[in-house]
Design a protein around this ligand. Structure first.
Ligand SMILES: NC(=O)c1ccc[n+]([C@@H]2O[C@H](COP(=O)([O-])OP(=O)(O)OC[C@H]3O[C@@H](n4cnc5c(N)ncnc54)[C@H](O)[C@@H]3O)[C@@H](O)[C@H]2O)c1
Length: 448
C-alpha cells in the first residue's frame, strides 16, 4: 500500500487509462488532496488505543499501519481470539486487555478508536470522553436517537475531537464530488438515489461462529450489559447486526454509509424531515428482527432522497445526483459527471396532430427565434481514486491530524448523529407502517 503521496492535487491522464474508461476525459485523483497524511508540524505521532478488535477493529488497525501520524499503543477486546487478531492486524505485540478502562487511565494515550457493536457505542464513547480522550467512533454513531443526543452533548461539554467512522467522508472521490456539487455545475439537484445490494449469506450477516467461542473465551456478561440479559449466545455475538437489541439492520449497517456520502457531497447536515420505508423479510428467515429488503424515501431540506438495500440481489452500489445541468454518479471511488442537454429544442411529438401548414409556420417562427447554434454539450468527465486507494487510511489520517491541530473534522458528532437519525427514521417507519417525521423541537421521531 502506498504510504506517502506527492503534493500535486490532480494528475490528468488520457481517456482509456481506467478499465471502465468510456468517458471522454478521465482524471486520477491524487490522495494528497487531503494533505491529511502530512506529518503534524510538531512531528509528534498521535498515540491511540483501539477498543473492539473484531471485523472492523482489525481492518482499522491494518489501515492504521499505513498512516504515519498515529501509533497504536494498546487494544481491548472481550474475546480472546479478537485480542490476538488485533495484534496480528497491527503487526505488533501492542499490550491488549479485556478491560478498556485500564487503557483510558493511561496518561500517554491521546485518542481512542471505538469499534464495538452499535449498542455499545454510547457507553464506551462516554467513558472515553470522560477520561479526556478524543474519539473515532465507528458508524452508525448511535444505536438510537437518545444515545446519539447523549454523545453529541458529551463531546460538546468535553470539547473533544470526535469523528464518526463512515470513511467515505474522507474519500478523495467524494471530496471531488463535493467540490463539483458546490460549484453549481450540476444545476439544481432535486433527486438523489443510492443503493447497496448483496446476494449471499455473508452479505446478510450469516457470519460463521468460531469453534472456540465459549463463555471462557468471551466475556459475555460485559458484552450484553447494555442490552436485555440472556444466556451466552455465540450466534448473537457474531451476528449481532440481525438483532434490534444490538444493531439497526440494513439501515444502520449500510444506509448510514450512503447517507454520510450524500451529506458529504451535498453539504446537507440535517436530519431528514420525513421518511417512509417499505420492505420485507423474504429469504433470511433465521429468527432475525430486521428485513432483508428496505427501501426508504426521504424528504431532506432541498432534495428527495431514495435509498434501498437489498440482501436478495447483487447490483453494483451507486449514488446518483440528478441535477438540471448534469448527473453525478458515484460508484466506489469513481465519480462521473454527465452533462444534460438543456439547450432549447423545437417541439416534435406534440405537433403530431398539427397540419403541415401549421407545422411549417411553427418551425419558421422557432428558427427565427433561435438563430444561434446551440453550444456543444460538455464532455462526460470521470474522476477516480488510484487503484488500491484506502479511504479508511485517509479517514484515520484526518482524525489524527485533528487531534493534533484541534481543527474541525467534517464527520463530527453532529454530522454522525444526523446520519444515524436518518437510519433510525427508516427503521421507525418500516416497523410502524407509517411516515416517520423528525420533530426538531422535541429532538425525536414522531409517527407511531
Ligand atoms: N466503517 C465500516 O466500513 C464498518 C465496517 C464494519 C463494521 N463497522 C462498525 O464497526 C463496529 C464493530 O463492528 P464489527 O463488525 O467489527 O463487530 P465485531 O462483533 O466483529 O467486533 C466488535 C468487537 O467489540 C468487542 N467489544 C464489545 N464490547 C467491548 C468492551 N466493552 N470492551 C472491549 N471490547 C468490546 C467485541 O468483543 C467484539 O470483538 C460496529 O459499529 C459496526 O457497525 C464499520
Amino acid at each position: 500500500m502506498k504510504t506517502a503521496w506527492t503534493r500535486r492535487d490532480f494528475v490528468r491522464i488520457g481517456a482509456g487509462a481506467l478499465a471502465a474508461g468510456a468517458a471522454a476525459k478521465t482524471t486520477i485523483l491524487n490522495p494528497s488532496m487531503l494533505a491529511a497524511q502530512a506529518p503534524a508540524a510538531s512531528g509528534r505521532k498521535i498515540r491511540f488505543v483501539s477498543i473492539g478488535t473484531g471485523i472492523r477493529g482489525c481492518d482499522l488497525l491494518r489501515s492504521a499501519r499505513a498512516v504515519p501520524t498515529g501509533e497504536c499503543v494498546g487494544t481491548a477486546d472481550l474475546y480472546t481470539m479478537h485480542q490476538k487478531a488485533g495484534q496480528e492486524a497491527y503487526g505488533a505485540d501492542v499490550p491488549t486487555t479485556r478491560d478498556y478502562r485500564s487503557l483510558l487511565d493511561r496518561k500517554d494515550v491521546d485518542a481512542v478508536i471505538v469499534a464495538v457493536a452499535d449498542f455499545q457505542h454510547r457507553r464506551v464513547v462516554l467513558d472515553c470522553l470522560d477520561a479526556g480522550k478524543d474519539v473515532y467512533c465507528e458508524k452508525p454513531m448511535s444505536h438510537n436517537v437518545h444515545d446519539g443526543l447523549a454523545m453529541v452533548e458529551a463531546v460538546g461539554k468535553g470539547k473533544r475531537i470526535f469523528q464518526a467512522g463512515s470513511q467515505r467522508v474522507s474519500n478523495i472521490a467524494y471530496r471531488k464530488a463535493a467540490e463539483i456539487y458546490k460549484s453549481g455545475r450540476l444545476g439544481e439537484v432535486t433527486y438523489i438515489e443510492a443503493h447497496t445490494d448483496r446476494n449471499s449469506p455473508s452479505g446478510a450477516w450469516v457470519y460463521p461462529v468460531a469453534s472456540d467461542a465459549s463463555p471462557e473465551t468471551i466475556d459475555w456478561k460485559t458484552w450484553i450489559r447494555d442490552a436485555p440479559d440472556r444466556p451466552f449466545d455465540a450466534e448473537r455475538f457474531f451476528r449481532w447486526r440481525c438483532f434490534a437489541d444490538y444493531g439497526e439492520g440494513l439501515a444502520g449497517d449500510l444506509f448510514v454509509h450512503l447517507i454520510s456520502g450524500i451529506q458529504c457531497i451535498t453539504g446537507i447536515n440535517a436530519a431528514p424531515n420525513r421518511a417512509y420505508s417499505s420492505g420485507s423479510l423474504t429469504h433470511f428467515k433465521d429468527g432475525r428482527d430486521y428485513p432483508d429488503l428496505i427501501a426508504t424515501l426521504y424528504d431532506y431540506p432541498g432534495a428527495t432522497v431514495h435509498i434501498h438495500c437489498n440482501q436478495n440481489n447483487t447490483n453494483e452500489e451507486s449514488t446518483i445526483f440528478y441535477g438540471h445541468e448534469a448527473t453525478l454518479t458515484v460508484i466506489g471511488s469513481t465519480i462521473t459527471v454527465d452533462p444534460q442537454d438543456t439547450s432549447p429544442q423545437p417541439e416534435g411529438y406534440s405537433l403530431n396532430g398539427w397540419t403541415a401548414e401549421a407545422k411549417k409556420k411553427y418551425f419558421d417562427e422557432w428558427r427565427a427565434a433561435h438563430p444561434e447554434k446551440p453550444a456543444n454539450l460538455g464532455e462526460v468527465e470521470t474522476f477516480a481514486a488510484p487503484h488500491h486507494y484506502d479511504d479508511t487510511a485517509d479517514h484515520l489520517a484526518t482524525f489524527f491530524r485533528a487531534v493534533e491541530t484541534r481543527e474541525h473534522v467534517t464527520e463530527d458528532e453532529v454530522f454522525g448523529n444526523n446520519a444515524a437519525i436518518a437510519c433510525h427514521m427508516a427503521n421507525h417507519s418500516y416497523f410502524h407502517h407509517n411516515v416517520a417525521t423528525w420533530d426538531a423541537a422535541a429532538q425525536n421521531i414522531k409517527g407511531a
